[in-house]
Design a protein around this ligand. Structure first.
Ligand SMILES: Nc1ncnc2c1ncn2[C@@H]1O[C@H](COP(=O)(O)OP(=O)(O)OP(=O)(O)O)[C@@H](O)[C@H]1O
Ligand SMILES: [Mg+2]
Length: 280
């Protein structure tokens, strides 16, 4: 067995343990570090306002393992969207850093970060950010077309069908309801099977049927493709489906808890359990 296989094997055992601190259960902790697809260290974001400098996020530390599902929760204005943008390299930290799949974002310029996103990341924006002059189908195809994917159209049609929008593919965003636009944004984030999917309140505008549809899609992607999921959500049910829940309060990491993972993941039901913040 190769060293990497052993480490992966150890990681699976580690994930089946309700203690999620890799250092405490695995002698190959240093190697496991490399399997942290996201490593956040001392992440701080301040902005200049008319009233002076405002710190939106302060000294955030945590890591996410490859294939893990993580929810970020907290009150409105606590800094969740800002954190998600920093994790995806859409925004730049004031202090600290994010390592994304082994690359320190602080060492990349804007173009390199865009390249990294195109290769590895799907992002669902809270405000959808659909291109108004493109149809639903063209919006979903866009990232795959930019990546030179020849079957962009077929992939986009399949994804729009999966989000229940096969009857709306030629509609422009202005001709779609809020929930429909959200589902187009989700289909766009899925195209090209990204390694990491960041989604900012993916079920916020959906009724329970469509909310359930999106939830199923997200976790199928997570289980079948090993896609790492990082979801910002106010939806308690959705948060509990994730393996871990990161609680943000006033720009600080308050705690990390464990979700209600099923017997499939852990061999037993685990109710939300508090865990202290950790790096690594
Ligand atoms: N560019 C900016 N300039 C000034 N303040 C900002 C800026 N960006 C964000 N903020 C402030 O930082 C705080 C965190 O914003 P953020 O959008 O991350 O919150 P959130 O947790 O996502 O909230 P919600 O649940 O309402 O989406 C808010 O008080 C917001 O007003
Ligand atoms: Mg937000």
């Amino acid at each position: 067995m190769s060293v990497l296989s052993q480490v992966k094997d150890a990681q699976v055992k580690d994930q089946s343990n309700t203690s999620l601190d890799s250092h405490s259960v695995n002698p190959t902790g240093d190697l496991l570090e490399t399997l942290n697809i996201i490593q956040v260290s001392g992440l701080t974001k301040s902005v200049n306002t008319l009233e002076g400098s405002l710190t939106i996020l302060s000294d955030i530390n945590f890591s996410v393992k490859s294939g893990e599902s993580v929810a970020i929760v907290g009150a409105s204005g606590s800094g969740k969207s800002t954190l998600l943008s920093l994790l995806a390299g859409l925004d730049v930290a004031s202090q600290g850093d994010v390592q994304l799949d082994g690359q320190a974002l602080s060492t990349l310029d804007e173009e390199d970060r865009a390249q990294l996103r195109a290769e590895k990341i799907g992002f669902v924006f809270q405000s959808f950010m659909l291109v108004q002059s493109l149809t639903a189908l063209e919006n979903v195809m866009l990232p795959a077309e930019l990546a030179g994917d020849h079957d962009a159209r077929a992939q986009a049609i399949t994804l729009l069908d999966k989000v229940g929008l096969s009857h709306r593919i030629e509609h422009y965003p202005s001709q779609l309801s809020g929930g429909e636009q959200q589902r187009v944004a989700i289909a766009r984030a899925f195209i090209g099977s990204p390694k990491i999917l960041f989604a900012d309140e993916p079920s916020a505008n959906l009724d329970s049927k469509n909310g359930h549809l999106i939830e199923t899609l997200l976790f199928d992607l997570n289980k079948q493709n090993g896609t790492t999921l990082v979801l910002v959500t106010h939806d308690e049910h959705l948060a509990k489906q994730c393996q871990r829940i990161i609680h943000i309060e006033g720009g600080q990491l308050e705690k990390i808890s464990v979700g209600e993972t099923t017997s499939e993941n852990t061999g037993k039901n685990v109710n939300v359990k508090e865990e202290t913040s950790h790096v690594g």
